[in-house]
Design a protein around this ligand. Structure first.
Ligand code: NDP
Length: 326
């Protein structure tokens, strides 16, 4: 019988949770078409919520978190995959209420599994993870309408996981990027931003119904006044994508940017992004968009994970945490 290691969170009191590395059997895994031996995962804010028993992500414990995984197929009921194939599994219900990637094995439905694109590895795909994938999905939607010569693209929450990838990928694609950030300029310039604007400066005078049109498009990761400001300052026919609410879930806005400038607002939900487009986006990352990530990534193993989980929940991580599982 194959035994393996998994990070497990258990409920041990009314509001108390305990985390440990446990030995599990293949028979313990949920039903699924594809059994994958996990090589790498990555740490996201959602994983920390799940791992610490915070509300909103995972309902039932004991649970193994990890919304991202890369690994090698051990067996598959779906002929599309065969033993030895390298694959990526992210999104859908992985790590939320389904046993996730902080485990040496996962078993999942085959329509959650993406073949590893040429140009990516088990490791580099998880350096990208859900943060990079969400940035790439935003860019995929934005660049269908907005070309590199249309003008600056503004990225909010620019030093965060999604924001950093958006800045780096857009600049690699030849777009001029204005980064809105509460952090220092140096990191963002190094990622490829042509200009860095402070949060307060970006929001200055933003109460007016329309603002001077400055940007051909925007990748917003923070919501609230930042998203409203980006939309009001977008040039005619520009595209603004919205994926997060790091600042606020509210959107204080009026209809003028849409009816007077034809601005489009596109919502990004990485969890339910259609499979065919998901595969296309991973292939775009692999072939053209992948930025250099080694200096923004630190690596931990399952044993070192809890320390990082306790840090990310307090906003104490910059860059990406890669989790070496297998
Ligand atoms: P991070 O925590 O890594 O980054 C968020 C960034 O937003 C911070 O680094 C900071 O950047 C900025 N920020 C944080 N708080 C505030 C604030 N109060 N006001 C203004 N700016 C703020 O998160 P991620 O990049 O991983 O995720 C960004 C958002 O996207 C989150 O809300 C997350 O839940 C969501 N998300 C959504 C997905 C989807 O499928 N829709 C998938 C993945 C993430 P700076 O200091 O540079 O300003």
């Amino acid at each position: 019988m194959t035994t393996f290691k998994a990070f497990v969170t258990e409920k041990v009191g009314e509001k108390e949770f305990q985390q440990s590395i446990q030995s599990k059997n293949i028979q313990d895994l949920p039903e699924g078409d594809v059994l994958v031996k996990v090589a790498y995962s990555s740490l996201n804010y959602k994983d920390a919520l799940s791992a610490l028993g915070k509300p909103g992500v995972t309902k039932n414990y004991p649970h193994t978190p990890g919304i991202d995984a890369s690994g090698v197929v051990v067996s598959s009921k779906d002929p599309q995959f065969k033993e030895g194939d390298e694959v990526i599994v992210t999104s859908y219900d992985l790590g939320m209420n389904t046993w996730g990637g902080f485990s040496e094995y996962i078993q999942v439905p085959s329509n959650w599994v993406v073949p590893m694109p040429k140009g990516l590895s088990l490791k580099s795909s998880m350096e990208v993870g859900t943060a990079g994938l969400t940035a790439a999905m935003s860019i995929y939607k934005l660049t269908q309408q907005v070309k590199a010569d249309a003008g600056d693209i503004v990225v909010t929450g620019a030093s965060g996981g999604v924001g950093s990838f958006a800045v780096a990928m857009l600049s690699k694609m030849g777009y001029s990027v204005v980064a809105v950030s509460g952090k220092s300029e140096d990191y963002l310039k190094k990622l490829g931003a042509s200009k860095v604007v402070g949060r307060d400066e970006f929001l200055e005078g933003n109460q007016r119904p329309l603002l001077k049109p400055l940007y051909a498009g925007a990748v917003d990761t923070v919501g609230g006044d930042y998203l409203a400001t980006a939309i009001k300052a977008t040039l005619p026919l520009g595209v603004v994508t919205c994926c997060g609410n790091a600042a606020s879930f509210d959107l204080p806005l009026n209809v003028f940017p849409f009816i007077l400038r034809g601005v489009s607002l596109v919502g990004i939900d990485s969890q339910n992004f259609p499979y065919e487009e998901r595969v296309k986006v991973w292939n775009n990352i692999a072939s053209e968009w992948l930025p250099e990530t080694s200096d923004i990534t630190e690596e931990v193993n399952l044993e070192g994970l809890l320390e990082k989980i306790n840090l990310i929940i307090k906003g104490g991580i910059s860059g990406r945490v890669l989790v070496k599982v297998g």
